[in-house]
Design a protein around this ligand. Structure first.
Ligand SMILES: [Zn+2]
Length: 558
């Protein structure tokens, strides 16, 4: 068995690793390279393998640097299924369609320029149509479900707590009478973050492939930033100003909505002031992504589920408004009342946020609040670093508004988080491959786990291939037990886990759908569903009692 690291080796983008076994070629992620011209150019390069020979893709999550080249993979000959969690499948639809559209627009723009200069025309990396074709290949599966991709390859997706749907994948591969287990971390999230569950600790692996974006740093505490945000909102609006928050459409925006919902719920002392402040989410993509979040409440963490069970929709509150049309967006700049505007893109490189900055940067009553990492060379970075003026839409705008940079909002585990995740393996993996990070981050992290955990880390810095040993199955009795060799037991477990997930889905998602102003037809549908469920669960109750009785009899007999 071999593993070839084809992307996210020199930096943090383009995640793509090829697993070659005796009979199969399986791709882990197929991400786009991002961050400047040199990285962009890599996307047009041939793949490090023949796309038509890849049997299937296992996708860790819906961020473009992990999924953005999937439509291209298909364009170049791949025809197999793409496995991911169902929440990732829902988000993928938003992300890939948007990405296809952007590639088309970019090519259009370049070709207009090419016309004028007489240069050759360019072809988009892929189009919206290519993206839509690719979405048809997506096979959503549930978390914790053991799925047989082929008779020799089984996988389980575990929550990675990074964005909605993100997964840590356990992969069991059998080659003749030997086998090995590989764990692919994908991107790992921070523990104790809102909405999402903590990254799952995996106990066993022969080989680990893990990210190390923050392998050399720890994040400041997030709680102080949340308090700060409330303070900034109250102070800014009191002096008649607006609060503008550039935010990533997927993930960060929903986290902000969750925190604002809490402000309104948990701060009665400032309720009268908050009641006068409207919060606008002005990004069509963020709006769609929020709908996807609401649809997937069954994968939220317990805190968020408890909100739902208490009857509160954690991703909604009275003063929240979503603006879709351009006209609605523009009217926000006419409206003089103090407000909060959350808009994309997070680094201010594109999107509606640039209009809001143009209209708000010059006025010293306003505040601009950054809640995410600002890449080098971006407008966001210039503002955070104290630029006195910036150019927007060809106009020089003075920066008079207060600029705040709230740290601690991060979708990525920091050094402590990565360390405790890899320390969770009870059986020491033979090797830990470290990808997805700047060289310094990866090296620092490798040194740390080598010294403290006596692991054998390998830092990837470019395309490279490694042989992976397989082990005698007899040495893996426990692993075998874990993977449930008996096909019947396995199937039964799978069925039960599917029912469990489906029930959770119905419970949390219908509760969310109910809200306060429920339409009559929806009420009827949910009521029917509830009655049907009630009947079935009453019957189930008696089945469970029967099972218990049987068990007691058996124990008595012994
Ligand atoms: Zn990610």
């Amino acid at each position: 068995m071999k593993i070839k690291f084809c992307g996210a080796t020199g930096g943090v983008t383009g995640s793509c690793h090829l697993l070659t076994t005796l009979n199969h070629q399986i791709l882990l992620d197929c991400g786009q390279f991002q961050g400047g011209k040199a990285q962009d150019a890599l996307n047009y390069e041939p793949f490090q393998f023949e796309p038509s020979e890849v049997e299937c893709v296992i996708l860790s999550h819906a961020h473009i640097d992990h999924c953005g080249r999937l439509p291209l993979l298909m364009k170049r000959g791949f025809t197999g299924p793409i496995y991911c969690t169902s929440a990732t499948a829902d988000l993928l639809e938003v992300m890939l369609r948007d990405s296809g559209y952007i590639h088309e627009k970019e090519a259009e723009w370049k070709n207009k320029k090419a016309d004028r200069t007489g240069r050759a025309k360019v072809e988009p990396l892929y189009t919206l149509k290519d993206a839509e074709k690719c979405l048809l290949q997506v096979k959503p599966i549930l978390y914790d479900q053991l799925v047989e991709l082929t008779p020799n390859v089984k996988i389980v997706f575990n929550d990675a707590g990074h964005i909605l749907g993100s997964a840590i994948t356990e992969i069991w591969v059998k080659e003749e009478d030997k086998e090995a287990k590989i764990v692919f971390s994908g991107d790992l999230g921070m523990t104790e973050r809102p909405i999402l569950r903590d990254p799952t600790i995996i106990k066993k692996a022969d080989y680990v492939i893990m990210e190390a974006t923050y392998g050399s740093r720890n994040h400041p505490k997030n709680s102080a930033s949340i308090e700060n945000l409330l303070k900034i909102v109250l102070e800014t609006t009191k002096r008649g100003g607006n609060v503008i928050i550039p935010s990533f459409a997927v993930g960060r925006t929903q986290e902000l909505i969750f925190e604002f919902n809490k402000f309104y719920e948990e701060h009665p002392e400032v309720k009268s002031q908050l009641d006068k402040i409207m919060v606008y989410v002005d990004s069509p993509m963020a709006t769609t992504a929020t709908e996807v979040f609401r649809k997937n409440a069954q994968v939220f963490d317990d805190e968020t589920k408890n909100y739902i069970l208490k009857g509160d929709n954690p991703l909604d509150f009275q003063n929240l408004r979503f603006t879709r049309s351009t006209a609605e967006s523009q009217s926000l700049n006419m409206d003089k009342s103090p407000k909060v505007i959350i808009s994309a893109s997070g680094m201010c490189e594109a999107g509606r946020i640039r209009h809001h900055l143009k209209h708000n940067l010059w006025d010293s009553r306003n505040s601009i609040v950054f809640v995410g990492y600002q890449g080098e060379g971006t407008l966001g970075r210039m503002l955070v670093e104290g630029a006195k003026e910036v150019t927007l839409f060809g106009e020089v705008i003075a920066v008079n508004a207060e600029i705040h940079n709230l740290e601690g909002f991060s979708g990525h585990a920091d050094q402590n988080g990565l360390f405790s995740w890899v320390a969770g393996f009870q059986q020491k993996p033979s090797k830990v491959f470290i990808v997805h990070g700047e060289t310094e981050s990866k090296e620092t992290f490798a040194k740390l786990i080598k010294e403290k955990l006596e692991l054998d880390p390998i830092v990837l810095t470019g395309v490279a291939e490694y042989d992976l040993d397989t082990y005698d199955v007899k040495n893996f009795e426990e692993a075998q037990l874990e993977a449930a060799t008996d096909a019947e037991i396995q199937n039964l477990r799978q069925t039960i886990s599917t029912i469990h997930s489906d029930l959770e889905k119905i419970l949390y998602n219908t509760d969310l759908a109910m809200g306060n102003n429920l339409k009559a037809d929806k009420l009827v549908r949910i009521n029917n569903l509830a009655q049907e469920l009630k009947k079935t669960t009453l019957n189930l109750g008696s089945v469970v009692t029967e099972l218990d009785k049987g068990e007691k009899k058996e124990t008595n007999a012994q």
